[in-house]
Design a protein around this ligand. Structure first.
Ligand SMILES: NC(=O)c1ccc[n+]([C@@H]2O[C@H](COP(=O)([O-])OP(=O)(O)OC[C@H]3O[C@@H](n4cnc5c(N)ncnc54)[C@H](OP(=O)(O)O)[C@@H]3O)[C@@H](O)[C@H]2O)c1
Length: 278
């Protein structure tokens, strides 16, 4: 769909990538509804966009993706606003050894990165299906198609998101709704901690500017591309991993060596608790 015809609900609009995406889409003529957690930051962002692009139509709505009732209310507002494109850009990072991962944090990563886009898409589908054309674009990651040491929980969420996007695209193939997946590689935003920056440096992983992701999203919106990954050698890695994952299993020594040493000290281990109770 042409940018000028699109009315985009953008989640994660206040984020490092989201801010550039919002400006890029509005600059290309799209109307944008910014969604995020902080009303103060959203209204300031909407004001700034409106000042720099007086013709742009910019709205905003608060949402906490940890809460399904907040997601339902966002869907209602977006339908009323006549949105015809949803870009799921909100997401949280999780990096470190799996031994150190906190189970509560695992749930919250899966809720934000995977369940929230599913729940929001489902709530908006009756509205989107009634339109002559609509698009749902999931911002995943290269790590939704290639498992990396240190990113087990994050990879689980983004592999899930990619599976969701692919299955739903096929399920809706004879409707007006197109479902797409963009997999950026590492991108310079506050998303990446200093530990990740160190890991990237030690493993020779390149980082893109958020503008690269924004331009790719604009192209995907206009071309309707089903799935796209950014960066080389990441694209090649995704291809090989898809065909023969075991070929790559031995290629991550440097990545393992670059993981933070920290192990979780206070453990809540359900199996141990069950054993102790008997
Ligand atoms: N940066 C990278 O290296 C990279 C690489 C590949 C893919 N990605 C993906 O690109 C997307 C954007 O990443 P980014 O770099 O822009 O990250 P970011 O700067 O950390 O921004 C993340 C956004 O997600 C929102 N968010 C997080 N938890 C939320 C919640 N519970 N409810 C509502 N919103 C929530 C944040 O909202 P608030 O503004 O309210 O905090 C923020 O706007 C993510 O899906 C990420 O997985 C990033």
């Amino acid at each position: 769909m042409k940018a000028a015809e699109s009315r985009v609900l953008l989640t994660g609009a206040n984020g490092g990538i989201g801010q550039v995406v919002a400006a890029t889409l509005a600059g290309a003529g799209a109307s944008v509804m910014l969604a995020g957690r902080s009303p103060a930051r959203l209204s300031a962002q909407a004001r700034t966009l409106q000042q720099s692009l007086p013709a742009a139509q910019v709205d905003w709505h608060e949402v906490d993706r940890q809460r399904n009732d907040a997601i339902a209310s966002l869907a209602k507002q977006a339908a009323k606003w006549r949105c015809n494109v949803v870009i799921h850009c909100a997401g949280v990072a999780e990096f470190g050894r799996f031994d150190a991962a906190d189970p509560d944090r695992m749930s919250s990563v899966l809720q934000t990165n995977l369940l929230a886009p599913m729940v929001l898409t489902q709530a908006l589908l009756p509205h989107l299906r009634g339109l002559p054309r609509a698009q749902v674009i999931c911002v995943g990651s290269v790590l939704g198609a290639m498992g990396l040491p240190g990113f087990t929980v994050y990879c689980a969420s983004k592999f899930g998101l990619r599976g969701f996007a692919q299955a739903l695209r096929r399920e809706l193939a004879d409707t007006s709704v197109r479902v797409q997946y963009l997999g950026p590689r590492s991108t310079r935003t506050p998303f990446n901690s200093s530990d990740v920056a160190h890991y990237n440096q030690a493993t020779g992983t390149a980082m893109d500017a958020p503008d690269r992701v924004a331009q790719a999203l604009l192209r995907m919106l206009e071309a309707g591309t089903a799935e796209r990954f950014l960066g080389f050698p990441e694209k090649l890695g995704v291809r090989i991993n898809g065909l023969m994952p075991s070929l790559l299993d031995g290629a991550f020594h440097k990545h393992r060596a670059s993981l933070p040493l920290l192990l979780r000290t206070s453990t809540h281990c359900p199996i141990e608790e069950m054993n102790n109770a008997h």
